[in-house]
Write a protein that binds this ligand. Structure first.
Ligand code: UT7
Length: 331
């Protein structure tokens, strides 16, 4: 295709979905050797949501997708593409995006999953917006969803207190140039793969009695290393994204960082040099919801009136891989 001019791309509707079950820090005190005081002071998390036994990533994704479509005023049959960012698909194949496509009845939409861990929603928005910008597609649905509670070792206090389940979705559509997404920054460093991973269940270590007995189907993390990496990567990506968008830090209206740990967010804020009141935080209610974290925060920031037409917003995230990503949006 010969491209004469790229179109602008904006978010026209957002939706979210949270499991009903709330797991508080007090509940965790009865499960592992931890305390509300340790979790609150070391992470900022007070409670998280846990999927029911009959819920999965696709059930949460579907609910969030329906709300996003309704807010955007788009019918499922108008969708051209569905991208689901997740590290916890319903199964290895088919993709969760195909399950969402079927659930919505979005007959003409292409569908695929994208795996970039907690950076997944920004990665998927970058990919989806290319199709809209070039004119190939009109409406793209991007979903960030994870149900990490299903892959946590509930006897490992260093990880089980951190994660929660959620989905959030965004509809992307054409916009006048200069509106919507102004820049994307994406990065990866695969040499960090051992710091945060679920070792078994793939082609390297397929499921076996041994892998189950060794708990290799649960999250393994070296928290301190991930922490250090996260601060640097999120701050640098956010600053680069702002620069690419031609904006200064003082012109930023709202920073929405990946919601993993309040201390990480605070360090990123200081590195960037932005005021506390310009940083959106909701991790106390949900913990780290991985690929859902950034769109869930974005959705709540819009609902709560922190973002209005014309607001300049930066999203920034990091995750397993390592991956990192940021984008700047003029709302
Ligand atoms: O989306 C990306 C996902 N990952 C992350 O964002 C995680 C990034 N890392 C972190 O957020 C932090 O490193 C943690 C919250 C995971 C850990 O905080 P920390 O301040 O780095 O603690 P630590 O790992 O250095 O552990 C300090 C102490 C240790 O005890 P000793 O060895 O000093 O006696 C741990 O065993 O805290 C202990 N500890 C706990 N104590 C009570 C670890 N987890 C817990 C717990 N409750 N849940």
């Amino acid at each position: 295709m010969i491209l004469e001019k790229l179109r602008g791309v904006r978010v026209s509707g957002l939706g979210k979905s949270l499991p009903q079950k709330v797991l508080t820090n007090k509940d965790l005190e009865n499960m592992v050797n931890t305390s509300d005081q340790w979790i609150t002071t070391r992470t900022g998390i007070k409670e998280r949501r846990i999927t029911a036994i009959d819920e999965s990533s696709s059930t949460l994704a579907l609910r969030a997708a329906r709300e996003a479509l309704q807010k955007a005023g788009i019918k499922p049959e108008h969708l051209d593409l569905i991208i689901v960012a997740t590290t916890t698909p319903d199964m290895l194949f088919p993709s969760t995006a195909c399950l969402v496509q079927a659930g919505l009845g979005a007959q003409k939409a292409a569908a695929f999953d994208l795996e970039a861990a907690c950076s997944g929603f920004i990665y998927a928005s970058a990919v989806g917006s290319q199709f809209v910008a070039t004119g190939m597609f009109e409406y793209v649905l991007v979903v960030g969803v994870d149900t990490l509670s299903k892959f946590v070792d509930w006897e490992d206090r260093s990880t089980c207190v951190l994660f929660g389940d959620a989905a959030a979705a965004a509809v992307l559509e054409p916009a006048p140039c200069g509106q919507g997404f102004l820049s994307f920054v994406l990065g990866a460093d695969g040499s960090g793969c051992d710091y945060l991973k679920m070792p078994a269940g793939g082609s390297l270590l397929p499921p076996s009695h041994e892998t189950v007995a060794a708990k290799l189907h649960t999250i393994k993390m070296k928290g301190n290393e991930v922490f250090r990496f996260a601060v640097k990567a999120m701050a640098e990506a956010a600053l680069e994204s702002l620069t690419c968008a031609g904006l200064r830090v003082d012109e930023l209206d709202l920073l929405i960082p990946h919601q993993a740990n309040y201390r990480i967010i605070e360090s990123v804020r200081k590195r960037i040099g932005v005021l506390s009141e310009k940083v959106f935080v909701n991790l106390e209610k949900y913990g780290n919801t991985s690929a859902a974290s950034v769109p869930l925060a974005l959705s709540e920031a819009v609902e709560e009136g922190y973002i209005r037409e014309g607001s300049k917003v930066v999203l920034t995230a990091f995750g397993a891989g390592f991956t990192w990503a940021a984008c700047t949006i003029r709302w």
